[in-house]
Write a protein that binds this ligand. Structure first.
Ligand SMILES: [Zn+2]
Length: 70
């Protein structure tokens, strides 16, 4: 599988809530497909809110935007 180039490296980002490093995952909305990588992404569900978080923490369940973590 090809490595996806992203401006933000979630692998090295730390959670702004619990401080865990490497626990950040990209949130994908909708139904996960057969080849969905649960190790790399969080399922955001189909309920889209006014402000959709695009990343989340698998340790503390924090949800937020990419700009909030570094
Ligand atoms: Zn966290």
């Amino acid at each position: 599988m090809a490595k996806r180039k992203s401006g933000l490296s979630l692998r090295t980002a730390s959670c702004p809530s619990c401080g865990a490093v490497g626990s950040m995952r990209e949130i994908v909305y909708g139904m996960p497909g057969r080849d969905f990588d649960f190790d790399k992404y969080i399922v955001g569900g189909c309920c889209v809110t006014e402000v959709d978080p695009d990343i989340g923490c698998v340790k503390c369940d924090w949800r937020g935007m990419c700009g909030e973590c570094s």
